[in-house]
Design a protein around this ligand. Sequence first.
Ligand code: PEP
Ligand code: MN
Length: 374
Amino acid sequence: MEAKVKSPSKPKMDDTYIKPISDWSVYKQRPLVISGPCSAETEEQVMETARILAATGRCDVFRAGVWKPRTKPGGFEGVGSVALKWMKRVSLEYGLPVAVEVANQKHVYEALKYGIDILWIGARTTTNPFSIQEIADTLKGVDVTVLVKNPVNPDLNLWIGAIERINKVGINRIGAIHRGFSCYENELYRNTPKWQIPVELRRRMPGVPVITDPSHMSGRLDYLGEISQKAMDLNFDGLMIESHIDPEKAWSDSKQQIHPGSLVSLLDELEIKRNAPASLGFSDTIEELRDQIDIFDDQLMEILGQRFKLAGQIGSKKKKLKMKPLQNDRKEQVIARAVERGKEKGLGAEFVREIFEIIHRESLNRQIRKMRSE
Ligand code: PEP
Ligand code: MN
């Protein structure tokens, strides 16, 4: 007789509920601003950064990394639990809610023991559902705010899955931090934004506030303003900006941290067109749809730039091989391939042909210029 195997019963899930950001005690107005050093280094550094940030009156939450996940061994891995006492001092002396990164059960226990207000989950941790589940299980029945960074790889479902795991144990003040995605190619930013991913996250989870982290996206100071502006144009809810009293001497992420005193000028330069927190309801107004169009136009430019760069390299090769710039058969092949691909995307053959005639002409010009200049 065949043994009857009882299939395990499905776990019962509670209905998920996410509190709008306007009901979070730390929220005053858009953007919600989270700032502080990449890493807590010394008590003096933490307290001094917090003192300056609190004095600006523009910082809603003080952040610092206590345990630092490093891509490679040998980097500074954080001072550990000792810094939780310093964070508690910040909260008591400056009245700022405090946030730290947690990556496992031990971190969560320690952070809760010191009354940390907000726990955030780092990009490397979000990639691993085992780690997320371990954190979620530890948080069952706890009243704390949790922010989930996007995973390092551009996988929206992994990000949403992590938010759901945390939400399902009863955490209802939960937000998403968009810090960009790591990319093999040499891109302008340290982590490429792929704005369409948080836009889609907001569409699929309308109640979840999105907080943009321009520091990790940019990897340097130059682009903090433009990234923050883009986040505001997309009607996202907040910004997480790393700050350090002596950025160049920071023990981690020294290139991307601003002086806490510079926070005000960065924020004052932002043009805030809409003031309602986006997470209160995503209505596709014409402005929002246009902002989404701009994302794709920016991507088109990025891709065209990369394509023409390659065309230049082909120019050099053709010169070495003593080839002419134009090979008609190759041109026809490129256009036919594009027409075929375009068809799959619902693009008319005439339209694709016209675009690729122009693209090919520009590629040829690039090649000729390159061949003449060498
Ligand atoms: C950080 O916020 O300092 C950090 C380590 O960020 P991420 O997880 O985005 O790399
Ligand atoms: Mn950092």
